[in-house]
Design a binder for this molecule. Sequence first.
Ligand code: NAD
Length: 257
Amino acid sequence: MRLKDKTCVITGGASGIGRESSLLFAKEGGRVLVADRNIEGAESVVSEIRDAGGTAHAFAVDVTRANEVSAMMEAAEKELGPVRVVFNNAGIFPLDDGTPEDTSEETWDLVMQINLKGVFLGCKYGVPALRRAGGGSIINTASFVAVMGAAAAQVAYTASKGGVLAMTREISAIYARENIRANALCPGPVQTPLLAELIADPAARARRLVHVPYGRFAEAKEIAQAALFLASDESSYINGTSFLVDGGISATYITPE
Ligand code: NAD
């Protein structure tokens, strides 16, 4: 078991990448705090984990609220034991995010609050918890758009993920000597509810798939496997990386036929 008895906090654990990671981490022996603003969804993931013989606890959190994020770390320690993994994964991708001209300030602020400040707060309160445990691994979900521009405009989302990447690099340097490492997970497009509405339109789907060497989107399980590696001791000397799990998108220049 790759995470035996390690307490893991996973935000956005009710859906998509967070859900698959919660299930996988628990299967590998992790004690998982499934945290989400969708508490029913988090509880359903916890039930699934318990039915399979794993250990998990659901927690309602809005990652933009400092008091709730702080309480989330305390709940993880109280219910499950010293925290060894913090996976700051919750994020949004609003459909009205576009070019700088057509993106509203409200959309910009909302995306920054959840995608960037949410990760900041997860680190702000996650680091002391990891320190109390004697060290551990922080995984912050960025995106492949943190390292290259999106072909279809989504300026607030892209900027928020660039912020996550830069912040994670800095955190990796600050705490390395305390045995706390931090990596940014950068998925390519993944078949999850976050993307579902966008790619429901065949033209929008094709517009994005043309850039993917595999010709398909990732499954959430494939991203969870990468997160598992970053959470486990197998990645003990991996720190400060932009861990790309993008099917080769960022390595390729594709000319449509
Ligand atoms: P998803 O929509 O399936 O799941 C996101 C979860 O986050 C949901 O359960 C939602 O309730 C929760 N959440 C949203 N705002 C929250 C808040 N303020 N507080 C607490 N929980 C909140 O999405 P996903 O595709 O699994 O995305 C997970 C992460 O991966 C996000 O950070 C996303 O930006 C990133 N990502 C996704 C893709 C993709 O194509 N799906 C690609 C690259 C990066």
